[in-house]
Design a protein around this ligand. Structure first.
Ligand SMILES: Nc1ncnc2c1ncn2[C@@H]1O[C@H](COP(=O)(O)OP(=O)(O)OP(=O)(O)O)[C@@H](O)[C@H]1O
Length: 340
């Protein structure tokens, strides 16, 4: 089972310029959380701070009773082994083949024999559907395959926490759908705690258990998926509905004059779209942190947008997942057939 990550009052600046301040959130153990936010709001900086690559100015990151920013370099090195990170471009070594790239953390951080390394690398490559690509160099495979190789490398030390920095960047919608399914399946298989930074609204709406939004140097909101997807908070509503109307402007937040002009013109955000069902694992089993659809809304007296949860399997409607599950032989091997 993954571990909980409790962030309290975290603040980070560069050269006196704050990136974000006073961020407080808890990533529940074993659940998938997504972090959203306009470009440049410091989502990647947040991931790097969590894993200890950047030191915050203030605040705590509690993991298994240890506060990461207070640890010595040596103690931090040990805690870092709990993390697996998938960087945006896979961050593979260009001169090493896929096998050696994936084997790298095992050779660096463990005393495993080469035959043990071979077994682990084969297992992780299979998990991401890259069996057979061992001898290829990163430059010889597609961007989607590079991401999956990066993911296999992130998995080799059996991390308890996996951070994904825009795993869908540069992927077409079909590959993004496959990657999202892989993420759900890996969460089920590993039980690890996942945090995904993404700009893809469909991913944000269907993949996570929890969603957060960074805006204007603050964490605007963080909570269960249903809370964010039924929120009437203008910035959350604008972002999740990909609208121009609302407080987020082209380069930064809109000023008071722009917002007044919008109000005077009578332009309003369109109604919230229905909350879609969560993407289930491809083996038909429930998600590790699955809760009945609509439970959060019911418990909190919130009326979800009309039509919400209509596509949930319990309602008998067809979902995207059904089409993946029906694909012959679809499991992780589905990947290799699609991409090669
Ligand atoms: N090492 C660094 N030194 C100085 N400034 C930095 C450093 N790393 C990031 N920044 C700045 O911090 C801000 C946030 O950057 P970051 O890449 O985290 O944003 P982001 O939300 O991930 O953006 P995007 O969605 O476009 O990937 C940017 O202004 C960036 O220039």
């Amino acid at each position: 089972m993954g571990v909980e990550v409790a962030v309290q009052g975290l603040t980070k600046s560069f050269g006196g310029q704050p990136v974000w301040s006073d961020v407080t959130l808890t990533l529940p153990a074993g659940e998938i959380s997504v972090l959203l936010g306009p470009s440049g709001t410091g989502k990647s900086v947040f991931l790097k701070t969590l894993v200890g690559l950047l030191r915050p100015d203030r605040g705590s990151i509690w993991i298994e009773g240890k506060d990461l920013p207070r640890l010595s370099e040596r103690a931090l090195y040990e805690v870092r082994k709990l993390f697996g990170v998938l960087f945006q471009d896979g961050a593979l070594f260009g001169s090493m083949n896929i096998y050696d790239n994936v084997a790298f953390p095992l050779r660096e951080h463990t005393r495993k024999s080469e035959s043990q390394v071979r077994r682990v690398v084969a297992e992780k490559l299979e998990m991401v559907g890259l069996t057979g690509a061992e001898k290829k160099l990163p430059g010889e495979i597609s961007g989607g395959m590079r991401k999956r190789a990066g993911l296999a490398r992130a998995l080799v030390l059996d991390p308890q926490i996996i951070l994904f920095d825009e795993p869908d960047s540069g992927l077409d919608p079909v590959r993004t759908a496959y990657l999202n399914q892989l993420i759900i399946d890996l969460n089920q298989q590993t039980g690890a705690t996942f945090l995904i930074v993404t700009h893809d609204i469909n991913t944000a709406r269907t993949v996570p258990d929890n969603i957060g939004l960074i805006y204007h140097g603050r964490l605007a909101m963080f909570g269960p998926r249903e809370m964010l997807l039924s929120s009437t908070e203008p910035v959350v509503r604008q972002f999740l509905n990909a609208q121009r109307i609302g407080p987020i402007g082209m380069a930064e937040e809109k000023d008071a004059d722009e917002l007044r002009a919008e109000a005077d013109a009578g332009v309003e955000l369109p109604p919230l779209p229905p909350i879609p069902p969560q993407l289930p694992p491809s083996n038909g089993q429930p998600r590790p942190a699955e809760r009945p659809p609509g439970q959060w809304c019911r418990e909190n007296g919130v009326t979800p947008p009309p039509g919400s949860f209509d596509g949930h399997p319990d309602h008998g409607a067809h979902t995207d997942h059904d089409s993946f599950a029906e694909e012959p032989g679809w499991a992780h091997s589905g990947w290799s057939e699609v991409e090669r």
